[in-house]
Design a protein around this ligand. Sequence first.
Ligand code: FES
Length: 299
Amino acid sequence: RLGQAPQAIVKKVHLGEGIEEFVVNAPLIAAASKAGQFVRVLAWEKGELIPLTLADWDTKAGTITLVVQAMGTSSLAINAMKIGQAFAGIAGPLGLPSELHRYGPDETVVFTAGGLGLPPVYPIMREHLRMGNHVTLIAGFRSASLVFWVGEDECVEQLRREFPTLLDVIYTSNDGTFGVKGFVTHPLQEMLEANKTSKGRRIAEVVTIGPPLMMRAVADLTRPYGVKTVASLNSIMVDATGMCGACMVPVVIDGKMVRKHACIDGPEIDAHLIDWDKFLPRFGQFKVQEGRSKERYLA
Ligand code: FES
């Protein structure tokens, strides 16, 4: 039946400019998934395997939820897929699940989610709330046209209704068309300052997911305050088994550079240990090839 094939799309929701949500048949992956993990998606047989952090899963329905922003050839091709079409392959769940700790009533776990960072943040934040941890979500978007999942019946507000005393939410947008004008770092800075003077809840940890430059800015901001900060990395991946080195993350431990791999050591890595100067250029390592491929796809 339509949509019942393995890896078939059973639901597709247009979320914003170039952003689509897919609910996909994948019962085995749904049954094994844990917050913080990702899957590798192959849109067509000779396509590219791209990593996507799980936005949600439903063990009863046997589905997983993925959110994709059209950037290059693969994401453009995925976003053009329709309900009933099937992916050539989906492998997962991959990566280490988020490390979850139970914190005290005067502490909060702060999530800074930039743009497409909101879907991967969602299941991790939900786990913290289920454990009884207080959570502060700072969700930032470039502009109102790129805002999603914040409506009355959508993920964030549903969680706010379910956990009214445990979840605080701050929305920001770069251009001020939605929420507070500015970057996610602005409210975070205010919270860190308040922490110093023991006002408000103590920040137990910060989890940051979104554009690499944003994650670096968050790491730079929290470092002087000594607040544990974890970045969930959406690195370029090839084999996702720790063999090819494409997703290498240079990390400095006791003054020594150590190679971690986002696919098997992550995707969550201590953001204060990452050598961001060496790491950030890695996101552009296939820029030329990606540009050519996109030109060919659009031609
Ligand atoms: Fe190859 Fe991680 S993707 S080592």
